[in-house]
Design a protein around this ligand. Structure first.
Ligand SMILES: Cc1ncc(C[n+]2csc(CCOP(=O)(O)OP(=O)(O)O)c2C)c(N)n1
Length: 270
């Protein structure tokens, strides 16, 4: 699969979905599109036929408000029909704005209340080790969730138990709902914090498909006896210049003109 084309397709899908559903968080969703494209297009190796296999890789989107990105990826992989995507955030749709596993095959765990994903992923990883399963557990967190104690409790647990089947990716877009991460509760020195909790940690550009693919592939092949953390430096709203790094686009959805403008930009530049 061409991952850059996949990311472009996902960007177009989520813009349509948030426009039609008049839903929020398009900035948060665009921020993780390249990560989601690499995970679902290359790394996770899941499909509708193998999704119940006990040795499947598992992915938890801890920042559940960006669920549209995962729904779009799953639909592209054949987990549900494309027309279902167009019901996103509408009455009676199972595709709620905050990601839900209910009646949505391929989703491992519902989230939306921030700060729980790493704990759940750590539990999956611990259970996988006890049962000697080959499964790898991936979890994608927001930087805002790293302001929460539950995240650091899970980090301590996973470091202590040397859960080397656990890979956490932090979407470090440096914006929260109202202002910057620095002004809210600064996370730096961020990498050192993860390392001091017993994790192998690296920084990369989280909107660079080649870097993501290379580093994730390397982690999967490594014999490291620690959990891995990727600090993915991203841009909130990535790919649509008038949405990039703007707190406004945390809650707003694109109107008809904004949608047209965004599509034009993505089709020309990506
Ligand atoms: C426990 C909890 N508190 C508050 C919220 C409301 N909320 C939704 S997104 C958000 C913060 C967004 O910033 P960040 O977590 O860094 O994610 P980003 O949107 O930048 O990806 C908040 C406070 C929530 N979903 N869960």
């Amino acid at each position: 699969m061409n991952l850059k084309n996949f990311a472009k397709k996902l960007r177009l899908e989520v813009l349509h979905m948030t426009h039609l559903g008049k839903s929020s968080h398009i900035g948060s969703i665009l921020s993780i599109i390249d990560i989601i494209a690499v995970l679902y297009g290359k790394i996770l190796k899941i499909n509708p036929k193998t999704i119940r296999n006990k040795n499947r890789n598992r992915f938890i989107l801890s920042k559940g408000h960006a669920g549209a990105a995962v729904y779009a990826a799953l639909s592209a992989l054949g987990f549900f029909p494309h027309k279902k995507l167009l019901t996103h955030c509408k009455n009676n749709s199972t595709l709620s704005g905050h990601i839900s596993h209910i009646k949505n095959p391929g989703i491992e765990f519902s989230t939306g209340s921030l700060g729980h994903g790493l704990s759940v992923a750590s539990g999956f990883a611990y259970a996988g080790k006890l049962k000697r399963e080959k499964t790898k557990i991936f979890v994608l967190l927001s930087d805002g969730e790293c302001n929460e104690g539950s995240t650091w409790e899970a980090a301590m647990f996973s470091g202590f138990h040397k859960l080397n089947n656990l890979i956490a990716i932090i979407d470090y877009n440096k914006l929260q709902s109202l202002t910057t991460t620095t002004k809210t509760l600064d996370l730096e020195p961020f990498k050192k914090k993860w390392e001091s909790f017993g994790w192998k940690c690296l920084n990369l550009d989280g909107n660079n498909i080649d870097q993501l693919e290379k580093r994730l592939t390397k982690i999967l092949k490594s014999n490291e006896q620690k959990p891995s953390c990727i600090i993915a430096n991203t841009t909130k709203g990535s790919g649509v210049s008038f949405m990039e790094n703007k707190v406004l686009w945390h809650y707003r959805s694109p109107n008809k003109d904004e949608l047209r403008e965004a599509i034009k930009e993505i089709n020309n530049e990506r």
